[in-house]
Write a protein that binds this ligand. Structure first.
Ligand code: C6P
Length: 409
């Protein structure tokens, strides 16, 4: 089991006062904090190793290249991809999903169907809207049942006309985890491709892309203790070989002639320009850190936190919580509204107690509209949070209720 007190000591940012209260950081779905091992890696890289990769023969260039490619190897193992050719470094989940949408979009024709769900983040909606508009494809939605994906509807909507199912593994609002393996099986039976948004699952559970049998899987480094600006797009080798890159120049070139060009091999075929070397290397260190804790342990620990905090939240009079009611089915992302308070007022009041939560539409406007609200507050936990943090959240919500009991002042 994880020792959260010992772990917390690795995260310098957590030891500060906010509004004269000790910081309780519960906005981990937006971005996670960085352990000093990751911070030190960035400093060390820029003080000792900084050089461009794949271009130079000098010692620093070789060192940078070796560390950059080692990070790819660690990432391959982390999600159990077959080969490093399947690991593309991106800027984050959004870039990965845009690459897939643009590249696969070229293989679609008018009337082909793209299926997504109502719980998608904008990054897994808008790229498909754009593709659908460009090629005349039809965009279809799977909706919800009891706060979870309606699998009966999924079976109706996914047909032989479905060329792509693009779906999130875990919702950034509902705390729902979707049955990706079952969905992959379903769409493959119909001859389609599955693209998975792994932004909110990869930081919290063991990902095995071969076991899930997904064709594409995108995630962001900054949501799993790595820096911002680095992410990963996994793609099955045979599909990556068949499709075209979407950015051109620099790294991805084999030959450029006056009127035509050829691309280099996988994975570099997709990585145009000078990549984000330092952050990619730091991603490898973040992965080492998570591996050392063990993804199964992280998942079990977070589940323990949810088992502890969700019933306490549910017991607060006037609270509405979205997503599955059963803690066992709820990830560590919990969205809620309280009485008739505006979620921004609620989040501001919690911040006065040192508790950082997010408020808004969480870049999931179709879902928020479907839920019949205009915004929510959202607390999201990571392995460095403790039961004391949960207690502080609950206490701060009760204080806020008391403060606003006579209406908004
Ligand atoms: N969600 C949140 O507070 P980027 O920004 O590219 O790293 O990740 C985009 C993204 C894609 N899919 C899901 C399910 C996500 O949750 C996110 C990021 C943050 O919920 C910022 S809006």
């Amino acid at each position: 089991m994880l020792d959260s007190t010992k772990i917390k000591a690795d995260f310098p940012i957590l030891f500060q006062q906010v509004n004269d209260e000790p910081l309780v950081y519960l906005d981990n779905a937006a971005t996670t904090q960085k352990p000093k091992q990751v911070i030190d890696t960035l400093v060390h890289y820029y003080e000792h190793d900084n050089a461009n990769v794949h271009r130079g023969v000098h010692t620093l260039a070789e060192r940078a290249t070796q560390n950059y490619e080692m990070s790819r190897k660690k990432t391959q193992k982390f999600i159990n991809a077959k080969t490093t050719k399947e690991i593309l470094f991106t800027r984050g989940t959004t870039t990965g999903l845009n690459w897939v949408a643009q590249s696969l979009g070229e293989t679609l024709k008018a009337g082909d169907e793209i299926v997504i769900s109502i719980m998608e983040h904008h990054s897994n909606i808008v790229p498909w809207q754009q593709v659908a508009r460009r090629v005349g494809a039809v965009l279809k939605y799977i909706h919800l049942k009891d706060g979870k994906l309606d699998m009966a509807e999924a079976h109706e909507v996914i047909t032989e006309r479905t060329k792509i199912l693009a779906i999130t593994h875990a919702s950034n609002v509902l705390g729902t985890v979707n049955p990706i393996k079952e969905l992959a099986d379903l769409v493959h039976q119909k001859g389609g491709i599955i693209v998975v948004d792994g932004a909110q699952s990869t930081p919290h559970m063991k990902i095995d892309v071969q076991d899930l049998d997904v064709d594409f899987f995108a995630f962001s480094g900054h949501k799993l203790c790595a820096p911002t600006g680095i992410g990963v797009l996994y793609g099955k080798e045979e599909i990556l070989k068949a499709i075209s890159p979407v950015e051109f120049g620099g790294e991805m070139i084999d030959f450029v002639h006056k009127f035509e060009s050829t691309w280099t091999d996988l994975p570099w075929k997709f990585e145009a320009g000078t990549p984000n070397i330092a952050d990619a290397i730091a991603l490898g260190v973040a992965i080492d850190y998570l591996d050392e804790l063990g993804m199964e342990n992280i998942h079990a620990y977070e589940q323990e936190l949810v088992d502890y905090v969700l019933p306490k939240l549910q017991a607060i009079p006037g609270i509405e919580i979205y997503g599955p009611e059963n803690p066992a089915e709820h990830s560590s992302v919990i969205a809620f509204n309280l009485d008739n308070l505006h979620p921004h007022d609620l989040a501001t009041a919690l911040d006065m107690e040192g508790v950082a939560v997010r408020a808004g539409h969480h870049c999931a406007q179709p879902l928020i509209e479907y839920l019949g609200v205009f915004a929510t507050a959202r607390a999201s936990f990571y392995f460095y949070n403790t039961k004391a943090d949960c207690d502080k959240l609950i206490e701060a919500i009760y204080l806020t209720k008391e403060f606003f009991k006579d209406g908004i002042i």
